[in-house]
Design a protein around this ligand. Structure first.
Ligand code: IPE
Ligand code: IPE
Ligand code: MG
Length: 235
């Protein structure tokens, strides 16, 4: 039977060097328990930390998480403030001895100075670490591409090729994701990694993000390894 592997049986190799998560379902998790939506985000932050730790243990070199989209500003201020507060307290307690380079994907310029400075110092302090954790915050795939083109224009670049675009995206330090996981029974991309997902494998699960634990992670990985990736060729 599929999907009952133990941790010791889960082996990750170079085929899965980058895994990305659309962490969805925090609100529904809270609603099910008659709790305020922000309680779902709080539990979602716990799941995030556990999943990142587990990916690191498995030797996955790059992890990307979608934490806040350019469209999420449409939500009530109280909820937005709660999410920003969670990012703030997470940064304060980050363990910098873990060989993880932190990169924030998205437009930081609209965030308050205190938070932006903290994000930028964490990026600087971990610059030479070998694993990457990309946290997409105030991130939108379209705005990322527009930003790349504007940078190229400012550099006076013409005859733009694919590599020029890839190297001007927020994700320039990372390879494209091998696997994109979305929780909470939604099968859409919601403006995430639009350029980078060209040949990513997708894994969708009904599990709500706060319930996404290491067993769920193993299921996603097992599913990934059952896929045949052709990249347009014949194998
Ligand atoms: C994902 O959970 C977290 C963010 C988008 C910040 P949601 O808050 O979207 O949860 P649902 O989709 O309402 O359940
Ligand atoms: C996507 O989830 C954004 C994040 C997980 C941060 P949403 O809940 O915002 O996506 P939609 O609105 O359902 O597409
Ligand atoms: Mg949602």
């Amino acid at each position: 039977m599929l999907f009952h592997k133990k941790a010791s049986e889960i082996k990750v190799d170079d085929r899965l060097s980058h895994i990305a998560f659309i962490m969805d379902g925090n609100g529904r998790w809270a609603k099910k328990r008659s709790l305020p939506r922000k309680a779902g985000h709080k539990q979602g932050a716990v799941a995030f930390e556990n999943v990142v730790r587990e990916c690191n243990k498995l030797g996955i070199k790059t992890v990307t998480v979608y934490a806040f989209s350019t469209e999420n500003w449409k939500r009530p201020k109280e909820e937005v403030d709660a999410i920003i507060g969670l990012l703030n307290s997470y940064i304060d307690k980050v363990d910098k001895s873990k060989d993880i380079r932190f990169i924030f994907l998205g437009n930081k310029s609209v965030l308050d100075d205190g938070l932006r400075n903290k994000m930028e110092s964490l990026e600087r302090e971990t610059l030479n670490c070998s694993n990457i954790l990309n946290i997409a915050f105030n991130y939108g795939g379209r705005s990322e591409i527009v930003n790349a083109f504007n940078e190229l224009a400012r550099e006076g670049k013409t005859d733009i090729d694919e590599n020029d675009i890839s190297t001007h995206l927020y994700t320039r330090a990372s390879k494209d994701p091998d696997l994109i996981v979305r929780t909470a029974n939604e099968c859409r991309i919601s403006n995430f990694l639009l350029w980078q997902c060209a040949y990513s494998e997708f894994y969708f699960t009904d599990t709500l993000w706060p319930d996404f634990d290491k067993k769920e992670l193993y299921k996603a990985i097992e599913s990934f390894y059952s896929r045949k990736r052709n990249f347009g060729g014949i194998k």
